[in-house]
Design a protein around this ligand. Structure first.
Ligand SMILES: Cc1cc2nc3c(=O)[nH]c(=O)nc-3n(C[C@H](O)[C@H](O)[C@H](O)COP(=O)(O)O)c2cc1C
Length: 208
């Protein structure tokens, strides 16, 4: 059964626009692919610790040479990488926090980007090892103007970062959805949410 890994990262457990859109995505996905197994990884509800010194040392030590302490330090990383490596589709909900990803999501990223597990480096080139066919990133921004030629596009370290990171890891296809202006008036927000919902429907309908 194909797996969908869903990763939520808004600190707002209630009233979050990105979480609501991820719900919308999940519902639309399951309507088309009812046999999908959804793995929900909420990096706020279950906080991901920052990568530790022992875990870093362990990741550069061959498994058969690791101390029990080193193995324990990589246990969470192993679990998260296993969720990632067994999923065909990834969906992230990711609000812009200070022009980038929330630190909760960055903590997850630092746990899953592991040499010889999710990428290789031969001294010259990197190669991604993640086999997921596609990733979707639902981004939200309080202001408007971060996307395309918008006036704040040079400050957008959220969607270009997620696209670069997922491409680096080997994900074949990455698509971002952008909900801009969540701090604006209700009418604008309603229209923008509707547009993103249509974008999600369009993206899912195009998958063969
Ligand atoms: C800590 C924090 C930092 C934020 N930084 C930015 C920012 O740099 N630019 C911006 O446009 N909005 C910023 N916002 C607004 C959020 O991107 C916006 O409220 C978004 O809708 C949050 O996602 P959510 O509705 O899923 O919680 C920030 C919000 C918080 C809580």
């Amino acid at each position: 059964m194909a797996r969908l890994l869903r990763i939520d990262s808004s600190s707002r457990l209630d009233g979050s626009r990105t979480r609501a859109l991820a719900d919308y995505f999940q519902t639309a996905w399951l309507a088309k692919y009812p046999d999908t197994e959804v793995i929900a990884r909420d990096v706020v509800e279950t906080e991901i610790p920052h990568i530790s010194q022992t875990a870093i040392a362990s990741s550069y030590t061959p498994p058969n040479q690791r101390s029990p302490e080193m193995t324990t330090a990589l246990a969470l990383s192993d679990t998260l990488i296993n969720e990632l490596m067994t999923s065909e589709t990834l969906v992230f909900s990711a609000p812009m926090y200070n022009f980038s990803v929330p630190s909760a999501l960055k903590a997850w990223i630092d746990q899953i980007v592991q040499i010889n597990r999710t990428f290789t480096f031969d001294g010259t080139t990197y190669e991604g090892l993640v086999t997921a066919k596609r990733a979707f990133v639902i981004c939200a921004y309080g202001a408007a103007g971060y996307v395309g030629d918008g006036p704040f596009s040079s400050l957008n370290f959220l969607s270009p970062y997620m696209e670069s990171l997922l491409g680096f890891l080997g994900v074949a296809q990455v698509q971002c959805f952008h909900l801009e202006g969540t701090a604006l008036d209700g009418e604008t927000i309603t229209a923008n949410v509707k547009q993103v919902q249509q974008d999600i429907d369009g993206a899912i309908s195009q998958i063969l």
